[in-house]
Write a protein that binds this ligand. Sequence first.
Ligand code: M6R
Length: 606
Amino acid sequence: MCGIIGIAGTTETSERLIDGLKRLEYRGYDSAGIAVLQEGELQRRRAQGKIRNLESVVRDEPCDGPLGIAHTRWATHGKPSTSNAHPHAFGGVAIVHNGIIENFRELREELAQKGHNFESETDSEVIAHVIAYYLGKGLAMKEAFREAVNRLRGAYAVAAISKDNPDQLYGARRGSPLVIGRTETESFLGSDAIALAEWTRRVIYLEEDDWCMVTPTEVEIYTMDGKRVERPEQVSNATPGFADKGEYRHFMEKEIYEQPDAVGRTLSNYIDPVERRFHSANLDGWKSTSRLLGSACGTAFYAAATSKYWFERYARLPVEVDIASEFRYRSPVLLDSDRAFFVSQSGETADTLAALRYCKASNVPTVAVVNVPESSIDRDADTTLFTYAGTEIGVASTKAFTAQLTALACVAAGAAQARDELSANEIGDLIDGLLEAPRMLNEALEKVSDVEEIARSLSKASDVLYLGRGQFYPLAMEGALKLKEISYIHAEGYAAGELKHGPIALIEEGTPVVVIAPYDELFEKTISNVQEVAARGAEVILITDRKGAKLAVDDASAIIEIPECHPVIQPIVAAVPIQQLAYYTAVLKGTDVDQPRNLAKSVTVE
Ligand code: M6R
């Protein structure tokens, strides 16, 4: 979602602002812009589309100065266009904003009546006007900024500069993250530490409802009621050199191939492979838990939904999983012995964060399963169980998903041990199974040529169904999501047994149906469903293992074989062909694989 950069520097900033935006590109955006203070005047350059368009605007009409702000916009209010791109400016003030200003109409009307002219369709522009309004009333920039942010309702991270304060950069945070970076001679603002990593690792995270004024050498942080506060400076682990596709065509392809490593790293943080036992943190708190509530969005939700099968099967723990945007609005009944978990790659997803805060407010212990350390969800949760996927750039989540599945499988098995639901032998067997995951993923990745071939026929389809039973049902939905988001082909995931209750009406001669069914105790039932769709003309693409392939050889039009492995890692391994099918289909269709249309990597608005 929108990305923010600010520099209060000692040397020119334009090029650095644009470089910073490139490091935020992975979040998804539809336009970009910068504003710098050049010889006492604000200069703005904006462009719709990619950052290279902005670069060419700046090349044609250069601007530079030591104070500047920059933005990648993901449209919420107003279409993607140059005039809606940030920074917005009015009355000698320029701002960039991530989030939604809920009361922007009210503020806009108020200021329009006072003679302000608005030039965009955005909610954000009003912020520049409100600051300028208070400056016009004679307030200094510091007071004007504070008054202005106090007038805003909604979720936001904002950065602002004004032409009369050549060394002051302002920032505020409510609901969306904002990080201050420092060196001896310069200060920065960024949506995340990655954006600043090229310049500094010394970071200060603004807390909810903080605002700040930074100069090249000073940092002042305040609460909304004007109280000066200190926030700790930390050394961030973010690395600047991540944005490298190496030998791969797309980040998504690279990230698919990084899965054995990502899963291996995650496993080693949960399991001691020599002692064949779980690290103790994984075993805490499970005895007193009588119900587990999971919330997440998109792919992270499908990881949470898969873990329901594991927690129930192995730990005999009742689990409810919700899409985070639904959870808190259905007035869930929360019990004293509940424990709630929240799965998120970015750790910044607004709906997931809101669900977490809802549970915290009811004193339900909260556990985050998060990939980005120091993110809002990590910092707000009582406990964080990290995934170790590394930075994921492709908007379509791949290695973060399998790392989430891995962490959750370890946690479910650890819960089973802590609750004495499995014998030592059974736990040992699960651990052995989990530890095989990186090798099995490598083997699954080797089947790429089979997948590429099948993607050729999939790329011609207009509708695709994905079916799975039991622990493969969430993976069927994940497969459909992956295909939709990067190839723009309509796809739906269904529980295989549910098909005959309606969706089977969609099957026509040649409709592709991807069935995920490695051999297990439900295999025969799923194959009955395969026969039902095949009898109606469907082209069945079966993802199964050797045993399943032998049994279903006559039922499917094509088979993608994954290695035979322990049931607990079957969904992790079967995720590979699911991702590859979507990837190669999208490549054939020529879509923007890493930054598909309309999507953002981290969704920081509700
Ligand atoms: O950062 P999060 O894991 O909280 O993000 C959740 C979803 O927005 C995300 O998984 C989304 O569905 C991906 N584009 C899926 O590929």
